[in-house]
Design a protein around this ligand. Structure first.
Ligand code: FES
Length: 147
């Protein structure tokens, strides 16, 4: 199915729902892996919003990607409890380690592992606690070696 047909189905499902923008964006990203830029005008029209309003919400929430993700998506927790135990340095390390790789790095704000941070999530399925740069490198080496 092409993007317009899929988008029309998503918009039809949410059109009359108050505050439909976030559920629509979540579903679009779930289906396509990101928010394709060409979907923004149709989303804006269907929900009676301006394109700028839709863009504003997409860029406000770190969760939404505006480009296709890499083979894996790795989220490093940037919330306070993880920041207090080395999360910021870990995020910097992850950025340098993943530069040019096909792993997409994204921030996340709390993964529920606050007592044993820094926390990292891989592909929305695996959670890793007490992450260090060394453990992060080992984890990325495992991910990148997967077929
Ligand atoms: S603050 Fe990082 S998991 Fe809660």
């Amino acid at each position: 199915m092409e993007i317009p047909a899929i988008l029309a189905r998503i918009l039809d499902a949410h059109r009359d729902q108050p505050g439909a923008l976030l559920p629509v964006l979540h579903e679009v990203q779930e289906v396509f892996g990101f928010i394709p830029p060409e979907t923004v005008p149709a989303i804006a029209t269907a929900l009676n919003l301006s394109r700028a309003e839709v863009h504003g919400v997409i860029s406000y929430y770190h969760h939404f990607r505006q480009e296709p993700p890499g083979r894996h998506v790795v989220r490093v927790c940037c919330a306070e409890a993880c920041q207090a135990v080395g999360g910021e340095a870990l995020a910097e390390h992850a950025k340098a380690r993943l530069a040019g790789s096909d792993v997409t790095l994204a921030p996340v704000y709390c993964l529920g592992l606050c007592a044993c941070g820094p926390a990292v999530q891989v592909d929305e399925t695996q959670l890793h606690a007490a992450m260090t740069p060394t453990k992060f490198d080992a984890l990325m080496a495992r991910l990148e070696s997967e077929p």
